[in-house]
Write a protein that binds this ligand. Sequence first.
Ligand SMILES: [Zn+2]
Length: 569
Amino acid sequence: MQGMTRIVSACLMVCLSLLCLSLPAWPEGGAGAAKGTKSPSVRLPGAAYAALETISPERIRWHVRYLSHDLLEGRGTGQRGGDIAAEYIATQFAEYGLKPAGDHGTYMQKVPLVGITTLPETTFSLIPKQGETMNLKPLDEYVATDQTQQAQSDVDADIVYVGYGIEAPEYNWDDYKGTDVRGKVLLMLVNEPPSDDPKFFKGKALTYYGRWTYKYEEAARKGAVGVLLVHQTQMASYPWEVVRNSNSGEKSSLKAEGPTLKVASWIHFDVAKRLASASKMDLDKMMQDAQSRDFHPVNLGARLKAHMVSKVRNFESNNVVAMLPGSDRKVADEAVIYTAHYDHFGIRPEMPGDNIFNGAQDNATGCGILLELARAFGASAQKPRRSILFAAVTAEEQGLLGSEYLGKHPPIPAGKITLDLNYDDVKPLGAPEEVEVSGAERTSFYPEVQAMAKDFRLAIRPDARPEAGHFYRSDHFSFARVGVPSFSINEGMKYKGHPESWGMQQEQEYVEKHYHQPSDEYHPEMDFTGDSAMARFGFALGWEAATLPKLIGWQKGDEFEAARVKSQQ
Ligand SMILES: [Zn+2]
């Protein structure tokens, strides 16, 4: 099924966030709730405030109702239902009077995608200097994908152990130490050096350096032909089964633009142990050594010989992108962007019973919010100084692919986008009293976010499990990695009229019974008050970001600061 997809998908945030956050509701009688009386605490011009007040839970409901209808067949990427959803969203943007910001004067930005299935003809052998060749069994002992997107690739190369495979100047950490790894296969550990020091790889929190995607990317950038990631349940924070399930069947990615690996693979811990001892080394000691700044890469004297055979399927899907031009000519070439993914898992004809993955909560809710934001901005009698971009992105469930493409090909250069606010899987449960803005604290915008939350009478609920790396599993991350200050806005656990435990119970029930299942469907009892509250909060934040004298940045020393600086040179 879609195990890996789940791991990478933003929505996982929600499932794993049982312990996490909560959100507040739009306050009755709170900031600016009284018609026409602009609360002094919500720092918006009167016209903007009036536009904000038109944001309606019922309009969000109608969008969710339509987008999650069976006729849209689960909005699958590359499927007809997904294309209909995109066309619906584009039509709304047009109705709101927004300018097309996609390809060739349209609302559509074409995203070229490739589906890769590793075929059983693939062979994968570890050859120690002495002793027997280890011919590995697929799925039980290794999983591998050929990222070059070719039908066949061959690798016969030395294996070099590179510890965590991380080069992070801001933490004074470099596992490579300038070693030439071109043409090599790199054996490495998942995660990052353990630490409680918040200044060192953010302490317990996972940084992007700990994620397997980073490790593949860095190895490819350095010219390696392959990576063997050693799976260890504790370090990965999920068992081998997750790796296996996520890597069986087709894996989607963007059409390759940069360097790629012929072999992007995981090997089972036992295999790594055998390989180490056949190389007269000890895996436990190797793992110990990797925790030191003084670590140097070690050539194992062993080789990987692999013959990769893949089925390669090219297909495409669209991001839907619109723009409201800024009112101040001096900064109209700068922008705030709002994002929400519109894709879900589509329809699975081979599956008995209900086989339509409607994705009502995940993420028709985010689309409904995005559309309400677009409508409200479009209708506002006064326009913000900077431009506002609205993007409904595709292929999130395939690994944040639509947003990755948009981040690499933005209609306004990344260095001129001051902020991305993302919405994913916003529960229709009523009025929230908390808001989740994890990642906002890493930006120079956080004081404004805190003040705004206060105005909206929303308590900021912190990320309860930063070590799970949720920040890297939603579309805002695609913008963060090109330097744009970015975070998602979502509800927490505390809802008006209920104890926190109720919210957590609702969350748990959703994750167990509906998350990424055909039963994530629209019901008339759904209450979109909270979705509307999140939209209003995001409207106010976006307006403020579009008005501030300076562009927003990351806190000094943040892992995305370098990307921001580079994008603005
Ligand atoms: Zn999802």
